[in-house]
Design a protein around this ligand. Sequence first.
Ligand code: CUO
Length: 744
Amino acid sequence: MYTQKTDLRLRQRPAGGLPALGLPLRSAPPSSSVAAPVSSPLKRAARWSEVDAMDKSRKNLLYLFELPHDPISLPRGGGKIHFDLENDLSRPPVVATRLGGGVPVETTPVPDREDVLPQNLGTAASVPIGSPFSFFIKSHRQAAKDLCDVFMRTKGAEDLLQVAARVHGQVNETLFIYALSFVILRKKELRNVRLPSIIEVFPGKFIPQEQLMKAQLEVNRTDPNQSEPVVVEHGLEFSGTHLKPEHRLAYWREDYGINAHHWHWHLVYPIDMGVNRDRKGELFFYMHQQMVARYDMERLSLGLPRVQKLENWRAPIEDGYFPKLTVNNSGRAWGSRQDDTVMQDFLRNDFGLDFTDVTDLEIWRSRLFDAIHQGFMIDRAGKRVVLSDDVTSGKRGIDILGDALEADSNLSVNSPYYGDLHNMGHVLIAFSHDPDFAHKEEMAVMGDTSTAMRDPVFYRWHKFVDDTFQEYKLMQRPYTEQDLNLAGVKIERAGVVRNNEADVLHTGWNTRLFEASRGLDFNGRPVMVRLTHLDHEPFNYHLQVSNSGRGVKEVTVRVFLAPKLNARGQEMSFMEQRILWAEMDKFTVSLKPGSNHVVRSSKDSSITNAEELTFRDLENANIDPASPEATGFNFCGCGWPQHMLLPRGRPEGMPFQLFFMLTDYAQDKVTQPAARGCANGVSFCGIQDAKYPDTRPMGFPFDRRPPPTLLDQPVNTAADYARLENAFIHEISIKFLAERLNRD
Ligand code: CUO
């Protein structure tokens, strides 16, 4: 139900957590200690006005993310910001009425320029405005590349602002936001610019049409001069009823944070964009494997069996999905899929994509499996490319396989031969309701990285993808005692503490406000949406570690979580539990000789992103990037949402196991220059412009089958790894408190 409220507090930030952050992050004043020619007051003033102008341009970039479906000349920032386009024939008359309402308006003139004429944008305009954009579709990727190239050619914030403002309205809205985000993340001079949450940019991709309509009706009903926002609620009903068992997980699949994370991940690890980040193919495997593991933990919490891979592409897909979302602001709906729909050959002519048959997917799969079992791929010259994770230089096999399976056609060792399996799987599923365009239906949510995780079939598809990677991983030799052991350090005890209580963690419902009126126009009125989501009470890991050496020892602490019991209520073998282990944290500590007490907050997890940044956060903050408190902000929105760090568990408590392992940091360490910026959620997102900061294969030590024996005894369960002194396994309970969660 919608209600009108005046309470506009966004969710409270955790104590000692991050203060508001935003645009512009002010450049530090020129340091007096730097030897520089003495400048006159006039010159100094000129320099400061340049700095101010740069800040203003950076700040105004934020407003290019507002109202992506509306003309750029429509006022933004609550009516305070206006882009005034020279020779803008499309300028709507409504602009005039919205300006000059007593609010001081900051106008940015946008002159006409040649380089943004349609003929200079390559294929960027080929994706229709008002329709979905899919990074899984090759022609759309090309359009994105062409637009990113135009934006990348700009020089500085002001130039990008001018070019982007002129391109706005000429290209597909999602494509525009994608390209703008891509460039901001990659241009050095824009390193301090932060992206607003994708939820506020495209509320229609996160909030069902019904709620948005309620907000519009409420806006229409109330006094137009009222400045208080309309607030609508969304949750926990989400997209279906519990008649279907799968709907019990809708709160998880439709969570705003995991979908925003997935959008961001594909933005920072794009394919076919000429981006070759360190271990990109391997991270594609690992990040998606971990998402499936977390989905399985949630399923087991609800008494549902683990997800089944989608491997027979000729059989009906049992579960349909009806997203109830709209593609644009004219109410066009995303495609939906009935129960028992069968994947079919892709025969649409509206995407500039070659027709692709289910048989093509089957052939690519078969070739990939041949490569996995033979231990090599064949490159375009017919040469063997060996697949092995035991390499001393060059790419690991998992990385090569990831590039070929995802696939990145520039990085795949043989793109015509190994094809485009994972991407085209998304596409065939996303169009299975209208594969030949007979019904003129839109793409379904599986086609968009910010919506795909809503659909139950996403996990079945990715379970198949992961099983293919696991087939490869099981071909690798098991780790030896030497690989797993670390002499001289011993975990004496380890566990978790929440609010002075040991080993019992709490989950439940919390809410979060987003400003829907930043992305959609509600007659210029503010509209907030209150989303209900899973959350947990923060906790600390405690480890008692002894170092028997004479010197300080630097170690990597690896922390994993998995359910103790399977869906039948039985304890799991090592192999059954192996790919259920979810990484919770990974960090480095220096152990002094003797006894050490290590405490680590759950808020500092190596997989999580602190919080989605709203437009308000970005507008209100003003932080010097050189200040110590700014270091916490050096991220770019990638990372698993902190509120989804724990699986929900059960009301009566559910047994989980924590697994801790210490490894030698001297061996794990990656030598690289200190990186600034975009360095949180590193286990899932890496570090921008730097190598992935851990030399071990991702998922170590659970990425391979165990050795038959360890310390002369058989290995049957994960607890057998804990025979090593540098490892520890510990049982905890996770209790689901629903509305009774302590939200302080
Ligand atoms: Cu992220 Cu299939 O790669 O969704």
